[in-house]
Design a protein around this ligand. Structure first.
Ligand SMILES: [Ca+2]
Length: 250
């Protein structure tokens, strides 16, 4: 009985907090605009996107796989690591406040530390990846990985999620400093990976990234990922509450 009461009050407190955050943040984000969808039909990036390619050696196109944004890297020197490698190509747009973002990516990572997915970026000391990734030598090799850098300190959610499929749906929800990660093989049945609390400014850069670093010597050829769409939508408050409770309730 006591446990039940505790849970009810915990849920009520979280609900009040999330609702408050959500109303404030959602108002900031949507300023008269309900949502944003890019189907990547080309021929150019839609307004609001910024292409970042620090070494000016990567590329993107809408023609190799029509209806998809293909981002490609020519070798395996394209990571996002605050100390040594800041080269990963990405497209981002500014988003303020809470959001749910979803993408579908076709990607076949072959070598260690090849990844592609969603990026939340503030600066090189603060960012979050949710991506399809290859991890040689780990218990789970073909995975969904959820990791990042917070105040300059690298973190990774363990365990990563085993995910052998090459077509991957990724969904990331932000409410305040909470980030909820999910993935799916069909875009209908979503598997919860984790919720993490990471401080981030209200306004961040949100987008898609291809990441390929030299985790093993034979990884020299680079890679590409095909993103089918990018969908930004309002947060479903109830869903976020249930995930946060799932993570922190006793
Ligand atoms: Ca598409």
């Amino acid at each position: 009985m006591r446990k039940k009461l505790f849970l009810v009050s915990l849920v009520s407190m979280i609900a009040a907090w999330v609702l408050g955050q959500n109303l404030v943040l959602a108002k900031d984000l949507f300023k008269g605009k309900k949502s944003f969808v890019d189907e990547f039909n080309g021929p150019e990036l839609e307004a609001g996107w910024t292409w970042t390619d620090p070494t000016s050696s990567c590329s993107y196109n809408f023609t190799d796989n029509p209806g998809h944004l293909r981002i490609q890297v020519p070798s395996s020197d394209y990571g996002l690591w605050p100390f040594t490698n800041k080269n990963a190509p990405r497209i981002t747009r500014e988003v303020t406040g809470s959001f749910v973002v979803e993408t579908k990516v076709d990607y076949s990572p072959q070598y260690n530390f090849e990844g592609a997915g969603i990026l939340v970026f503030s600066d090189l000391q603060n960012y979050i990846h949710l991506q399809r990734q290859y991890n040689r030598g780990m218990p789970r090799v073909q995975t969904i990985n959820f990791f990042g850098v917070s105040n300059g300190i690298w973190w990774v959610h363990q365990p990563s999620l085993e995910f052998p499929a090459t077509t991957t749906y990724l969904k990331l929800t932000r409410v305040g400093d909470y980030f909820v990660a999910k993935s799916s093989a069909d875009g209908k049945n979503w598997e919860f990976l984790a919720v993490v609390k990471k401080p981030m400014p209200k306004a961040i850069q949100l987008g898609l990234i291809v990441y390929d670093v030299r985790g093993q010597p034979e990884n020299i050829n680079g890679s590409y990922a095909d993103f089918d769409y990018f969908k930004l939508a309002p947060v479903k408050v109830g869903e976020v509450i249930s995930q946060i409770v799932k993570e922190i309730a006793p």
